[in-house]
Design a protein. Structure first.
Length: 243
């Protein structure tokens, strides 16, 4: 059985259809990529999965439970956590404090939250920064902190929304093994990313969305060679000139 099964999910905002009958299956332990042009509906789909927006219609089943329409904190406690495109830690608080915020998803005890946060920070090689105020971190460090806060919630499924956006090529290269290491601990990952080097390297399977609709799915190398995918990214003119 799939860990995450999305069936014909639609999200409408007044007259705008941001997500249009999208279906996806994610098996436990996979890294699955979601790509598409800006405005394609990728983040809206993440928001539906994580509970920020209830879908207008369709089903989202996680670990055998229907989660469509549940509150974000309910979905988080079931084991689904997401990161955000724009990293916004509590700037005046320490790295440890920020990470503990995530740990409180599963405990009310301060010492237990601190223990979990320290464990996660060591795993991400941020332990030496635990007492540093978050606004002093570099962008790559803030990205790691976003991951730390998410991992402190003990997710089964981690939704990564452009976690590498804004990073230099060398910093992207450094981030790839971190994401793989998270996956190797048993965390299933769905990743939205515009950096094709990263998505191709990480993903076992890719879904492509454009104007809210799924237009392709499958093996990364097959998907990026798909004519509809090339049209979505580069336009009909490019496809015409290549034939």
């Amino acid at each position: 059985m799939s860990l995450l099964e999305i069936t014909r999910v639609t999200k409408k905002f007044s007259g705008l259809i941001a997500v249009n009958e999208v279906s996806m299956n994610v098996e436990s332990g996979q890294i699955v990529g979601v790509i598409g042009p800006n405005g394609a509906g990728k983040t809206t789909l993440f928001n539906c999965i994580a509970g920020a927006f209830p879908p207008t219609s369709g089903s989202i089943v996680f670990d055998g439970k229907e989660i469509a329409g549940k509150k974000p904190y309910e979905i988080c406690r079931l084991g689904v956590t997401r990161t955000f495109q724009v990293v916004k830690p509590f700037a005046s608080k320490t790295v440890l404090y920020n990470t503990m915020v995530g740990a409180f998803a599963h405990t009310k005890h301060l010492h237990e939250a601190e223990r979990k946060a320290l464990e996660v920070l060591e795993f991400l090689e941020l332990g030496h920064k635990k007492d540093v105020v978050s606004k002093s971190l570099t962008l790559p460090e803030r990205k790691k902190l976003e991951l730390a806060r998410a991992l402190a919630t003990e997710p089964k499924l981690l939704l990564l929304d452009e976690v590498m956006a804004g990073l230099r090529p060398t910093e992207v290269t450094d981030m790839l093994p971190i994401i793989r290491k998270i996956n190797e601990t048993g965390v299933t990952i769905v990743i939205v990313e515009h950096i094709m080097q990263a998505i191709m390297s990480l993903s076992e399977k890719i879904y492509v969305v454009n104007f809210g609709k799924k237009i392709a799915e499958g093996d990364p190398h097959d998907v990026v060679a798909d004519v509809d995918v090339i049209k979505a990214y580069l336009g009909d003119e490019y496809v015409t000139t290549q034939h």
